[in-house]
Design a binder for this molecule. Structure first.
Ligand code: SF4
Ligand code: SF4
Length: 322
């Protein structure tokens, strides 16, 4: 399993090397296109997790269907190839989810979904799941998912399924083992263990790994992602803001999906004052990247370092002497 297939934060962005036209655009035209959009269509969510990265959000905020389609059309014209529908809240609570997924699919835009899966039970038609490239269900020890029928959904609809499992003060080994068993039985791509970024937690990845092995659990699909590494200052030229922006339910463009942690103390919300505004054409036409020098915590320095090197590569002398 190639871990960098499934996670972006605190990793060298290997996928940047997979798109030759993107590289050419950056090196030769000094242009970074919004290749991958992360969109938070609604702030509604049936849960209230203690570790929620958007705890302080206005739960009533939601994009209208007209706005989300209009924005996506603009991004498509700028070269967007993939959209991750995420939160904020839970995308399954978004009333226009099916129409939106169909629109992305019909326009040859790859689509992924992050959800807690609670509302699978309540939606009548879930056939749109087959249009996802992947679907990741977020679990934790904080709620009992044994009653949720998502196993029926997983078995019925084909996509690249995965779990993420937050390790926090309410960690439950039994629940994690059940999640790994479901993943192993249903050919999941991976189970990503993530440490709670904001709260206390006494469980280390090493101790969990030991316990799983002691219990003879096949953990070959598990990605042990300890507390993510971050830098204590963001990049002034935050170029990831042009490559994979994060769209809030207020219609504003945010520089990254970790911007709610970037202040001290963290805002735990997408604050419009820290957005890049909502004028999509203007941001990309003028390449108005976000000034990340005000960020106190950044999980995407590897992306920004590499993008900055690429953008300035033609200024180097003696290029042949590699
Ligand atoms: S499921 Fe996600 S969006 Fe909902 S409260 Fe939990 S962490 Fe927040
Ligand atoms: S500099 Fe700030 S906005 Fe840019 S990636 Fe880092 S945390 Fe996000």
């Amino acid at each position: 399993m190639k871990v960098s297939s499934y996670t972006a934060a605190s990793t060298i962005p290997a996928k940047l090397f997979c798109d030759k036209s993107l590289i050419d655009d950056i090196l030769e035209n000094k242009y970074i296109r919004p290749t991958h959009i992360q969109i938070n269509p609604t702030n509604k969510c049936p849960l209230n997790c203690s570790f929620c990265s958007c705890k302080n959000r206005d739960r009533s905020l939601e994009l209208s269907l007209v706005d989300i389609l209009d924005m996506t059309n603009k991004f498509r014209q700028l070269g967007t190839k993939a959209v991750t529908i995420t939160g904020g809240g839970d995308p399954l609570a978004y009333p226009h989810l099916k129409a939106y997924v169909n629109c992305l699919y019909d326009n040859n835009i790859k689509v992924g979904l992050v959800t807690n899966g609670i509302l699978f039970d309540r939606l009548k038609d879930l056939s749109f799941i087959e249009k996802f490239t992947w679907c990741r269900i977020s679990l934790s020890g904080e709620y009992d998912f044994s009653d949720i029928k998502f196993e029926d959904v997983i078995k019925k609809y084909k996509t690249d399924w995965s779990f993420s499992f937050v390790v926090n003060k309410n960690f439950s080994l039994c629940k994690l083992i059940r999640a790994i068993q479901i993943a192993n039985e249903n050919n999941f791509t991976h189970v990503r263990l993530v440490e709670d970024i904001i709260g206390e937690n006494n469980n280390t990845m090493e101790s969990i790994k030991d316990e799983l092995r002691y219990a003879h659990i096949d953990d070959s699909k598990v990605i042990y992602q300890g507390r993510k590494q971050y830098t204590k200052k963001g990049h002034k030229r935050c170029l990831i803001s042009l490559l994979k922006p994060n769209i809030g339910p207020d219609g504003n463009i945010y520089a990254c999906c970790g911007v709610q942690f970037s202040k001290d103390p963290p805002a735990l919300d997408l604050d419009a004052n820290d957005s890049m505004g909502s004028n999509i054409e203007d941001v990309w036409k003028s390449q108005k990247y976000y000034d990340g020098s005000k960020c106190k915590k950044c999980y995407y320095s590897d992306y920004n370092n590499l993008l900055n090197i690429m953008l300035d590569a033609n200024k180097l002398n003696h290029k042949e002497f590699i």
